[in-house]
Design a protein around this ligand. Structure first.
Ligand code: GDP
Ligand code: CA
Length: 330
């Protein structure tokens, strides 16, 4: 089976660990492709940084700092301290010494003309991720946040809003700069049309998943895919499990709930992208045209998360993936 997954950073990375576990369990040999958000990408100190791709790559490689959820385990910060001594801005972004090596290789390859999809494949050669990682686009398409400060409206880069201000300044809108001329990265459309199962990670619905969906051609490709599409709610009990997704959803007028996010993605039978939607026990979502099941959605281990994938497949009747969702449904 070919499984294609839409993913953000930390939530996407943890989910992909479970997908990889599922894909190799019970004698399966599924091929997994992840289409990863690059709306968070940014250039700092001359380095091209792809936070979500790196979170996924380091996590799948077992090289991530598990506590932080991003960056390298055993990281040191000598270069960051040295940059601060020079007064080099910005100083609020965590650039670790080991991580900088990744950014140097990436930046150099990009400057030599390789598209980000090739660069990502080259970086993954070292890490043996077991999952093919594709950026959503090879084109720059960076999310900016419209805010109001001192009575003036301005747009700041998503990273500045998220990391520097901890999403503490009310967002008026999210804007993807470069969207008009962006297209899905090499391999993305084939990964969607050739899939047997498409999964939407429990990632930030606004600045991870919707950012991917907004790439011109992406939504149409998903809507016309022959594979069923199942999403997993990142919202449990009306709150994000980790992170600050609750600062993003209201900006698009979406309620912070499993039902709100499911409705936001919408049914493929209407004008959305979902055929199935997994929610956590205790949450409710009645969504026309979407098969909804409740099952534990706390990604406490790869094995537990692999069970979510099994249930997602079973929800849309994929043979060989007998799930427990039905049994667990509340
Ligand atoms: P980011 O790019 O690093 O912000 O990561 P993502 O966009 O991939 O994922 C962030 C989302 O993951 C947050 O909205 C969390 O609610 C969600 N999340 C994190 N851990 C879990 C979990 O164990 N279960 C579920 N259902 N969602 C989770
Ligand atoms: Ca992210």
């Amino acid at each position: 089976m070919q499984i294609t997954v839409l993913a953000g950073g930390v939530g996407g990375a943890r989910f992909l660990q479970g997908v990889r576990r599922f894909a190799t369990s019970d004698g399966r040999a599924d091929e997994v492709t992840a289409i990863v958000n690059t709306g968070d990408d940014v250039t700092m100190h001359g380095l091209r940084i792809c936070p979500d791709l790196d979170s996924v790559m380091y996590t799948l490689a077992g090289a991530v700092d598990v506590e932080r959820g991003w960056g390298r385990a055993g990281e040191t910060w000598r270069i960051k301290d040295e940059l601060a001594e020079y007064g080099a801005e910005p100083t609020w972004f965590g650039l670790g010494d080991l991580d900088i090596a990744t950014h140097l290789v990436r930046t150099q390859m990009l400057e030599n003309g390789y598209p980000l999809s090739d660069v990502t494949a080259a970086l993954c050669q070292r890490w043996q991720t077991g999952i093919r990682l594709l950026p959503m686009s090879d084109d720059r398409c960076e999310t900016h946040v419209v805010i109001e400060q001192d009575g003036k409206r301005r747009a700041i880069h998503f990273q500045e809003w998220w990391v520097r201000y901890r999403a503490g300044i009310p967002a008026l809108a999210f804007v993807q700069v470069g969207l008009d001329t962006a297209s899905p990265a090499a391999g993305v459309l084939d990964a969607i049309s050739g899939a047997d199962l498409i999964l939407v990670s429990p990632s930030n619905p606004v600045v991870s998943i919707n950012t991917i969906l907004n790439v011109p051609g992406m939504r149409e490709a998903l809507r016309s895919a022959s594979a069923p599409i199942v999403g997993l709610s990142p919202i449990i009990g009306n709150a994000p499990v980790r992170g600050m997704a609750d600062a993003c959803l209201p900006v698009l007028g979406v309620e912070t709930s499993a039902a709100g996010v499911g409705g936001f993605y919408g049914a493929r039978s209407a004008d959305g992208i979902l055929d199935g939607w997994l929610i956590h026990p205790g949450d409710t979502a009645e969504l026309d045209g979407i098969a909804v099941r409740a099952r534990d959605l706390l990604m406490s281990s790869d094995q537990v998360t692999a069970g979510m994938v099994r249930d997602a497949a079973a929800l849309v009747g994929i043979a060989g993936a007998t799930g427990s969702a039905q049994r667990d449904a509340t």
